[in-house]
Design a protein around this ligand. Structure first.
Ligand SMILES: Nc1ncnc2c1ncn2[C@@H]1O[C@H](COP(=O)(O)OP(=O)(O)O)[C@@H](O)[C@H]1O
Ligand SMILES: [Mg+2]
Length: 293
């Protein structure tokens, strides 16, 4: 039997978390304000019996908001397997959670991405970089907030970083490298809910940082939603069968808009602050609509 361990009983609409950030708090508050019964489930308290024969999770709508990648993906797999409708589904989580997987899917479907390659040894990485030239961007295939993303300026830096990585968890032995995209000192974060692009911001890098992540001191400004931006983001969301995603794009001087990441547990605090769009409410409404289907 699968069980959600809570005293207040089960609800059809649920939010699964491991940390309560601004985003989770605002979603919970929005539901409360609108008298919508949304149950908050702490992932750390879950005991999921995987050979479930009762239908406890069938038709439950669960918004996956765990920050931890492995926790998020595995709890999604378990709950989806037990019959729940996860937002986002396991497919989205697997494909978007890994930059190499999402890169391949996007480029297969004709969405422009930064030029990238992967390799599995230091010598092959150095060989691959010859095509791109320096500087080159190295990224962990799994990660966020700009962590462990490096700008490598020469062969010495490549050797040093890759040697460090050899002593890390095996996922870091996959070398995923991108051409450094020539662009303004900003990128675009666009939020898609259901089949709509609901808001977008420019994120300018701060603190002498080349990365534009807000977690690294980036500054947000309103970004107009053009037809081109809308088409790209809606196609990207569709490719990944996603309900709610944050699509990150750069304005490449040579190639136009390129998608470098699709976030399946996206943060949107700054997007709400800058655009005034009530994203928590749109997410709750989307959950209600899914439940009705
Ligand atoms: N190929 C690239 N060229 C130039 N800047 C990049 C490139 N890739 C990423 N960046 C910058 O680094 C930031 C973090 O990269 P991203 O792929 O979104 O990783 P994370 O998941 O850590 O946010 C981006 O928002 C962008 O500002
Ligand atoms: Mg990003």
């Amino acid at each position: 039997m699968g069980t959600i361990n809570n005293e207040e009983g089960n609800s059809s609409l649920n939010i699964l978390f491991d940390n309560i950030r601004w985003e989770e708090k605002s979603i919970i508050e929005n539901a409360k304000k609108n008298d919508i019964d949304l149950k908050a489930i702490d992932c750390r308290e879950l005991v999921l019996f995987l050979n479930c024969e009762n239908k406890e999770f069938e038709n439950k709508v669960i918004l996956q908001r765990c920050v931890g990648y492995f926790k998020s993906m595995h709890s999604t797999a378990a709950l989806e397997g037990l019959g729940a409708r996860l937002i986002n589904p396991l497919y989205t989580s697997v494909m978007c959670g890994n930059k190499l997987f999402s890169h391949m899917e996007l480029q297969k479907q004709g969405i422009a991405t930064p030029n990238a390659f992967c390799s599995f040894s230091t010598s092959s990485a150095i060989e691959g970089i010859k095509k791109f030239g320096y500087p080159v961007v190295i990224k962990p295939t799994v990660g966020s907030w700009g962590r462990l993303i490096g700008l490598l300026n020469d062969e010495e830096a490549v050797k040093t970083v890759l040697e460090d990585r050899e002593h890390m968890f095996p996922i870091y032995h996959v070398n995923y490298l991108e051409e450094f995209v020539k662009r303004p000192p900003r990128d675009i974060r666009a939020i898609v809910v259901g089949d709509q692009i609901v808001a977008a911001i420019y994120r300018y890098s701060g603190n002498n940082e080349w990365k534009t992540n807000m977690a690294l001191g980036g500054r947000a400004e309103l970004c107009p939603v053009t037809k081109e931006l809308e088409d790209i983001c809606l196609t990207a969301a569709k490719i990944f069968k996603a309900d709610v995603v944050g699509v990150d794009l750069m304005e490449s001087i040579n190639h136009g808009l390129v998608v470098h990441e699709v976030n399946n547990t996206t943060e949107f605090k700054n997007t709400v602050r800058v655009t005034g769009v009530d994203i928590p409410s749109l997410i709750v409404n989307h959950m209600v609509n899914i439940l009705k289907k």
